[in-house]
Design a protein around this ligand. Structure first.
Ligand code: NAP
Ligand code: F7E
Length: 322
């Protein structure tokens, strides 16, 4: 039986990836960090089909111990401080987890089983930042615009470096924004779908939002975790851009969500400088041609379908509570 270890299994992507790997017959193990209140909402439905191990990306010994215990064939490093605004408030913590945490995970693998393990690193389109060309591909130069983006560039290159230094099977997936009903409410898509539903139900008066003109290449998380798995099944390790190839503004996102609940977004949306970033990434548009050609990967859910799916899920959640 194939075995996999997922760091960040309790996050949005970790939960979808765990489901995918279980469906494929893997023994699935996940790293969770210590918390005073255990909230495993996203993975509770998986019950004892997955095995959880307490460890932290900031603690090398804990990662070595998990590697020794599980002896996985595949490691998916999804753990990170992943919220861009927090990376300005906590730049050093972001560096510890999102940048040097990758080296700790790679070191744990190198010490235990450098030849047997295949490693996936969750790189990000935030590395492109102030974009140097459009659309962005695997060869586009990086110009990160936040401590988070800078940390991901480090994680990306240390992954490439372990591949080249030790001939380890290490890949980096440069994933553009991907969302789902399990997305954290601080990210703009879920903030908007949740607000549209709450306003519709009379639970909230307005949506306070930042930059409406920012453009993102948004896809569905369940489509994107399929690409992660495909990357680790290739004969040779390589890096891939995973994107929808389409870009939309935050304004279009708000309009789509509010329209779906029958509201005029302009009546309820207030622009608030508190949500504007010190440095913005204005435009992201990925070119997934290499992934399509080599991995046979294609996204299945469009932007409109995704936003409507998220609104419907939020509606269901609130209706179930009343
Ligand atoms: P997420 O929902 O924020 O999940 C991140 C996970 O990391 C959480 O489970 C969190 O644990 C865990 N974590 C944080 N600090 C940790 C630490 N010190 N030790 C161990 N675990 C720790 O993020 P996501 O959206 O699923 O994204 C998965 C990965 O892909 C991240 O690396 C993210 O940066 C990257 N990425 C995401 C996107 C996107 O659009 N979603 C795009 C490109 C790249 P708790 O559950 O305890 O908080
Ligand atoms: O912002 C704008 C904001 O926080 C998207 C992470 O998963 O994807 C994510 O990073 C855009 C930005 O995601 C609000 O300024 C306007 O331009 O949903 P977001 P992100 O920063 O793109 C990448 C690929 C990752 O790797 C990250 O881990 O929306 N925006 N008004 C707002 N954003 C938020 N959060 N809140 C607002 O009120």
């Amino acid at each position: 039986m194939k075995s996999a270890l997922i760091t960040g299994i309790n996050g949005q992507d970790g939960s979808y990836l765990a489901e995918l790997l279980l469906d494929k017959g893997y023994a699935v193990h996940g790293v969770v960090r210590r918390s005073s209140t255990e909230t495993f909402e996203r993975i509770a439905h998986l019950g004892d089909r997955i095995t959880l191990h307490q460890a932290d990306l900031n603690d090398l010994a804990s990662l070595v111990e998990v590697m020794q215990t599980v002896k996985p064939m595949e490691v998916y490093n999804l753990a990170a401080q992943s919220f861009v605004p927090t990376s300005w408030k906590q730049p050093l913590l972001t560096t510890d987890v999102t940048a040097t945490g990758v080296t700790r995970m790679l070191e744990a693998i190198r010490l235990i089983d450098p030849k047997g393990v295949r490693f996936y690193q969750a790189s990000s389109s935030e590395m492109f930042g102030k974009v140097q060309e459009t659309p962005q591909t695997e060869t586009t130069a990086f110009y990160p615009r936040s401590p988070y983006g800078v940390a991901k560039v480090y994680g990306h290159f240390i992954t490439v470096n372990y591949r080249e230094s030790y001939s380890m099977y290490c890949v980096s997936g440069i994933l553009f924004n991907h969302e789902s009903p399990r997305r954290g409410k601080e990210f703009v898509t879920r903030k908007v779908t949740d607000a549209a539903v709450r306003i519709k139900l009379g639970l909230q008066k307005e949506l306070r939002i930042g930059n409406l003109e920012a453009r993102r290449d948004w896809g569905f998380a369940a489509d994107y975790v399929r690409a992660m798995w495909l990357m680790l099944q290739q004969p040779t390790p390589d890096d891939f851009v995973i994107a929808s190839g389409k870009t939309h503004t935050v304004r279009e996102l708000v309009q789509t969500a509010f329209e779906h609940v029958g509201l005029d977004w302009q009546k309820y949306t207030v622009q608030d400088p508190a949500f504007v970033r010190p440095a913005e990434v204005d435009l992201l548009l990925g070119d997934p041609a290499k992934a399509e050609r080599v991995l046979g990967w294609k996204p299945e859910v469009s932007f409109g379908q995704l936003i409507r799916m998220m609104v419907d899920a939020d509606l269901k959640r609130y209706e179930a509570r009343s």
